[in-house]
Write a protein that binds this ligand. Structure first.
Ligand code: SF4
Length: 407
């Protein structure tokens, strides 16, 4: 049963129970006031963004927020701000064309041998920069049993699929019965070698990594987990204990960080994060350039900033504490280094994808933002793909004749 806001404290006897945390998530300004002093802008944004993207925060994660500083890197990830409603260069909510790559509902088949299976639209917390804003938190994307079965049937019918990523939303919002239902069916498909989970639970609600869950995962090996820490403040004792439980169950754990302005966009923060992850025996895997999603412009950085951070890590920390900096595109992930990045063409960065497609990523430099790395100045070639921008977008837009049609 939901408790009154004032009773939701770390002293509560059920504090470390994940279901209690889920039931008592913060989803009103009044409840948030028990943890922080929301600014006028945050208060207004909580109300005005409610129709745009769902909002709530677990009490566990709320305790990590700075009560008095709105620039706190934890707070900026999860508390709405009015920036989300400002002009952006895209209204686009599906920049990777995941819908176009989905043969059945919520199953993305982009690479030949792998699928991303979005088994739920629910998360413990709704990250303000979420890549899947188009579906996460949206009741239309919740999956019925017959829809899960349709996706499993597709996987069974395609023997080229050897690697299945369970994602969402967050698949670990499922209880053990539902997870067992899914895992047992996947394991019954001979050609599925690897099952991966993409989950932010170790970060937002580490109590979800229970002994019962670990025992379940252990029965369906090989299982891998990729989680998503963005800032050293998230590397708590509770998170470390959750990772340790996964490791004890033989689950390798990797981490995907999203590069976010004002949160982790400097070499010192990124070094501290990755070294902390390695101490927890988590392998830094990807550093993602934030996708061009409407309402996230205030959190994106110029690609040159990410390249600079990578330069500052190499030679200054252990090699396995250095992730690969990538941008996801409809043509697959592109490592953002000079082998793939050709240069800057005004507000675009030109790069080549693994299959030889030229991709122009809209990446305008915010006014006054320093560029610590100078990319060669290039022209966009005639045949180049990109994301359709909003008609009114204030972007220096060269002709891009091969671009996907808007809409
Ligand atoms: S955990 Fe992942 S899917 Fe869920 S809101 Fe955050 S970024 Fe989106």
């Amino acid at each position: 049963m939901d408790e009154s806001s004032a009773d939701i404290t770390p002293e509560h006897p059920q504090w470390a129970e994940w279901r209690w945390q889920m039931q008592n998530r913060i989803h009103s300004v009044e409840a948030l006031e028990e943890w922080i002093e929301p600014t006028a802008g945050e208060r207004e944004a909580i109300e005005k963004t409610s129709d745009v993207f769902r909002w709530n925060v677990t009490p566990y994660y709320a305790q990590l927020m700075d009560a008095h500083d709105a620039s706190c890197p934890i707070r900026r990830q999860v508390v709405p701000t009015m920036d989300e409603l400002g002009d952006d260069i895209v209204a686009e909510l599906d920049p990777l064309d995941e819908t176009g790559h989905s043969p059945v509902k919520n199953l993305i088949h982009n690479y030949e041998d792998r699928v991303a299976f979005c088994v739920t639209a629910e998360c413990a917390i709704y990250c303000r920069y979420c890549l899947r804003k188009r579906m996460v938190g949206d009741a239309n994307f919740f999956m019925r049993t017959d829809e899960h079965q349709a996706a499993l049937d597709y996987i069974a019918e395609h023997d080229e699929i050897r690697d299945v990523l369970l994602t969402g939303g967050d698949p670990l919002t499922f209880n053990e019965d539902n997870l067992e239902w899914l895992l047992s069916r996947l394991r019954a498909i001979d050609h599925v070698e690897l099952i991966r989970f993409g989950s932010r639970m170790p970060v937002k609600l580490p109590y979800r990594i229970t002994d019962e869950l670990c025992e379940l995962l252990e029965r369906y090996h090989p299982i891998w987990v990729n989680t998503h820490f963005n800032h050293p403040k998230e590397l708590t004792d509770e998170a470390a204990a959750a990772i340790d439980r996964l490791k004890q169950a033989g689950v390798p754990v990797g981490n995907q960080t999203v590069l976010l302005r004002g949160i982790n966009d400097d070499p010192e923060t990124m070094k501290a994060l990755n070294e902390g992850l390695v101490r927890m025996r988590v392998r830094p895997y990807y550093l993602y350039q934030a996708q061009v999603i409407g309402g996230t412009q205030h959190l994106r950085v110029p690609i040159e900033v990410g390249m600079h951070i990578m330069r500052r890590l190499r030679g200054r920390t252990s090699g396995f504490a250095i992730p690969t900096y990538v941008l996801d595109t409809p043509h697959g992930k592109v490592p953002l280094n000079r082998s793939y990045v050709k240069g800057r063409a005004g507000d675009y960065v030109l790069m080549e994808t693994y299959d030889g497609t030229l991709w122009a990523e809209p990446n305008p430099v915010p006014d006054g933002h320093p560029l610590p790395v100078q990319l060669p100045s290039v022209s966009l070639p005639d045949e180049v793909d990109t994301i359709p921008l909003d008609e009114g977008a204030n972007v220096n837009r060269p002709e891009v004749s091969g671009a996907r049609a808007a809409g």
